[in-house]
Design a binder for this molecule. Structure first.
Ligand SMILES: NC(=O)c1ccc[n+]([C@@H]2O[C@H](COP(=O)([O-])OP(=O)(O)OC[C@H]3O[C@@H](n4cnc5c(N)ncnc54)[C@H](O)[C@@H]3O)[C@@H](O)[C@H]2O)c1
Length: 438
C-alpha cells in the first residue's frame, strides 16, 4: 500500500519504518525539517532499540522517504496515518491543535487529489475527538462525506517507548475504530500478517481503549509502589508479597473485578482497606491511591442514589440487598446502604432479595439489619411481583433469574440498572432505562 505518515516523532517514525519494512511504500511528513532531513539521510530522529538500522535499511531500498509537504504526501498515498503529538495543556486538557492543523491540511489535499483516501488517526485522543472535531474539519476541507467519499479510522498505538520496534512486530493487540467497514479493511490490510488479536470497534470505543489502558497501567504501578512502601514500613518484603499476589490468576491477574458494575461492600474489603490505610498512616506512609479506594466506592454508590432521584418518581422497588449474589450476608452491603439512603430521603421503598428472609436471618446479619436498617422488615417483600406491583422505578441490584425474567420489557417501567442486565445493550435504547456506568 502507499502510506503517508504525518508526524515523525516516536510513534510516526517507528510506524513509518516498520510499515516500510513490511513492504508498504511509505512517505513520512514532519513540520520539523531536521527530522525530515535525518530520515532522508537514513538516520532515526528518535532513540529507540533497532530503529537506526531499520530506517537506514528502508530508506536505502526506497521504501521510506520523508518530506515537509503534507500535500505531496497525500498525493503520493492512499492511506494516511496521523501521528502528531497531543500534549497536555497547562490545565490538564488535551491539546488538539496539531491534530486540527494537520487534518485541515490533509482535507485540502484530499479535495485536490480525488479518489478515496483513508485517514487513520493514530494519535491518542479523547472519545469524541475524531467524530465531533476532526471529521467535520475533514468534511469541510475535503468537501465530501466521511465514510463515503473518504475513509476515516482511529488506530491507537500500544507500543512502549524503548521496545517499540519489537512491539510493532509483536503487538499486544490491534484496535481499529472504523467509521465504515471499508475504512477498517484498509487499516487491517496495513498490518496483515502481524500476530495478536484484532478488534474492530466503533471509533469512540477505540479512542477510549487507549485511555483505559494507560489509566490502568498508571494505577497498577501506583498500587504496587504504595503497597511496597507500606510493606517496607511494616518490615515485609514487598516482592515476596507480589510474587504470590501475581501467581493468583483467578482473582488478581484476571478479568475478575474489572467489569463496571455497582459499588463493592461486604464484611472484608471495606474493613481490610480501612485497616491497611490506617496502618500506613501510623507508619507515616502516604498512600493516596489506597486511601481513595473507599471514597471512590462511596461516590459510585452516590451515583446510584442520584439516578433514582433523577427519575422524579417516589415508588421504588429494589431488587437485591445482600452484598453479592448467593449470600445472605448484609454486613456493609452497598445495597443496604442504598436502601437506607433512599428510605431516609422519603422514597416509598419495597425490597426483594431471594436470599434475604428476615425470619431466617441469624446472628451478625440480624444484628446488622437491626442497627443499620431497622425498618427493613416493613420494606421486605416476599415475591418479585409484590415489588413490581408497587414500583414506578425498578432498581436492579441482583442477577437472580426470577428477578431478571420478571423485569418488564419495552420501556414501560423505569429501570435503574446497577448490574448491567444481560439484555442491557438492547435496553439502552429504551426510554426509562438507565445504566449505572454504561
Ligand atoms: N510516545 C509514545 O510512546 C506513544 C505511545 C502511544 C501513543 N502515543 C501518542 O501518539 C501521538 C504522538 O506521540 P509522539 O510521542 O510520537 O509525539 P512526538 O511529539 O514525539 O511527535 C509528534 C511529531 O508530530 C510533528 N508534527 C506536529 N504537527 C505537524 C503537522 N502539522 N504536520 C506534520 N507533522 C507535525 C512534530 O513535529 C513531531 O515530530 C500522541 O498523541 C501520543 O499521545 C505516543
Amino acid at each position: 500500500m502507499r502510506v503517508s505518515v504525518l508526524g515523525l516523532g516516536y510513534v510516526g517514525c517507528v510506524s513509518a519504518a516498520c510499515l516500510a519494512s513490511l513492504g508498504h511504500e511509505v512517505i513520512g511528513v514532519d513540520v520539523n525539517q531536521v527530522k525530515v532531513d535525518l530520515v532522508n539521510d537514513g538516520k532515526a530522529p528518535v532513540v529507540e532499540e533497532r530503529i537506526g538500522e531499520l530506517i537506514a535499511e528502508v530508506v536505502r531500498t526506497g521504501a521510506l522517504r520523508a518530506t515537509g509537504d503534507v500535500r505531496e504526501a497525500i498525493m503520493g498515498s492512499d492511506v494516511s496515518l496521523v501521528c502528531v503529538g497531543t500534549p497536555s495543556e497547562p490545565n490538564g486538557s488535551l491539546c488538539t491543535t496539531y491534530l486540527e492543523r494537520v487534518t485541515e491540511e490533509i482535507g485540502a489535499a484530499v479535495a485536490e487529489r480525488g479518489g478515496r483516501q483513508t485517514v487513520v488517526f493514530r494519535s491518542t485522543m479523547l472519545p469524541g475527538t475524531c467524530l465531533d472535531l476532526l471529521v467535520p474539519i475533514l468534511e469541510k476541507y475535503a468537501g465530501g462525506t466521511a465514510g463515503v467519499d473518504f475513509g476515516v479510522a482511529v488506530n491507537p498505538e500500544f507500543l512502549r517507548e524503548g521496545t517499540s520496534v519489537r512491539d510493532f512486530f509483536d503487538p499486544p493487540k490491534t484496535v481499529i475504530g472504523e467509521l465504515d467497514p471499508a475504512s477498517g479493511d484498509v487499516v487491517a490490510a496495513l498490518y496483515d500478517g502481524l500476530p495478536g488479536e484484532v478488534f474492530r470497534v466503533p471509533v469512540p470505543t477505540a479512542e477510549a481503549i487507549k485511555y483505559a489502558d494507560n489509566a490502568f497501567h498508571g494505577l497498577k504501578i501506583g498500587f504496587a509502589n504504595e503497597l511496597g512502601a507500606v510493606c517496607r514500613a511494616l518490615g515485609v518484603d514487598s516482592h515476596q508479597v507480589m510474587d504470590v499476589f501475581l501467581a493468583d490468576r483467578k482473582l488478581n491477574i484476571s478479568p475478575a473485578y474489572l467489569r463496571p458494575g455497582f459499588a463493592f461492600g461486604g464484611s472484608c474489603l471495606p474493613k481490610d482497606l480501612r485497616s491497611l490505610v490506617h496502618a500506613a498512616q501510623r507508619a507515616d506512609v502516604s498512600v493516596p491511591i489506597l486511601a481513595h479506594v473507599l471514597p471512590s466506592n462511596a461516590e459510585h454508590l452516590q451515583r446510584a442514589v442520584e439516578l433514582v432521584e433523577r427519575t422524579g418518581r417516589r415508588r421504588v422497588g429494589l431488587f437485591g440487598l445482600s452484598f453479592k449474589p448467593g449470600t445472605d450476608d448484609l454486613r456493609e452491603s452497598p445495597l443496604v446502604e442504598l436502601a437506607e439512603r433512599l428510605f431516609g430521603k422519603g422514597y416509598d421503598l419495597r425490597i426483594y432479595d431471594p436470599n434475604v428472609n428476615l425470619s431466617r436471618l441469624l446472628g451478625a446479619n440480624r444484628e446488622y439489619i437491626e442497627t443499620r436498617l431497622p425498618h427493613l422488615a416493613q420494606l421486605l417483600a416476599e415475591s418479585v411481583d409484590e415489588v413490581l406491583d408497587h414500583a414506578e422505578v425498578c432498581v436492579v441490584g441482583t442477577r437472580d433469574p426470577a428477578v431478571l425474567s420478571a423485569l418488564p420489557q419495552g420501556g414501560g417501567r423505569m429501570i435503574v440498572d446497577l448490574i448491567r442486565l444481560p439484555d442491557a445493550e438492547a435496553r439502552r435504547a429504551e426510554p426509562g432505562y438507565v445504566g449505572l456506568a454504561w
